[in-house]
Design a protein around this ligand. Sequence first.
Ligand code: SF4
Length: 290
Amino acid sequence: MAVKVVEQAGFCFGVRRAMQLAQQAIVQHDRLYSLGPLIHNRQVVDSLAKDGLRVAADIGAVPDGGVAMVRAHGAGPEVYRQAQARGIQIIDATCPFVARVQREAAAFAQQGYQVLVLGEPDHPEPRAIVAHSGGQATIVESAHNWAEVELGPKVAVVAQTTQRLDNLQDLVAALLPAVSELRVANTICEATTKRQQASLALAREVDVMIVVGGYHSANTRRLAEICHDSGTLTYHVETADEIEPTWLAGVQNIGVTGGASTPQQATQQVAKRIREIAESEQEDYDDHQF
Ligand code: SF4
């Protein structure tokens, strides 16, 4: 059995930066909180909690005078205002690519455009983008549900950084005939696009794909969706322990990829586990040969 791992697997730039800031802050501050889990990976968040990074549901849960980390997804302006008013020090791990979407959305709103954010309504990144546009933007999940939005004549579109490019293309194509002016900022981050393209290429080569990453991670779920849509049997796991030997029965080629918030080590452990299962099956097979 051949096991191939996508070269781009491992933390993306924004997650690596957030992790470095957290590790420095843990050493320097006692009352340290992240506003929501620092990244969407349970194992990493548990390990950071043991080192002293507590998770606060929101800025209201951080004590006055404490230290709060804004994660790579960013936060709305109100969070910074509250922190200042209550003497809370902010360590800002907003990914620069996410900050760019916030700026684009705010600029479009100031120029009088009706802003649509292609993204997941419950995800913190699009919600913070809406907040930066003065709360006027609308989150649209796909080209299929924009029709629920009453459109004005001037519309601008930005995208959550981890969106699929084909989703953005579909939305733009659907909106074009419906408005007199349409501005689009392709704010999908390059790391996301490259990882999605490499995972899709590998999915097309292999019999089974394993996607490693948090179940709450938007970009990992999207990778799983892309691999599945290629027609290849795809499994999404958080850890190597979840791999079932039955998934590998009779399989010649397996591909492994991981989300932007998945440590390289987790992806390697999955590849190692697959090889161990394949070897033990080969031994069983050999033992039964006459
Ligand atoms: S996926 Fe892209 S935008 Fe999101 S944190 Fe990583 S580098 Fe930044």
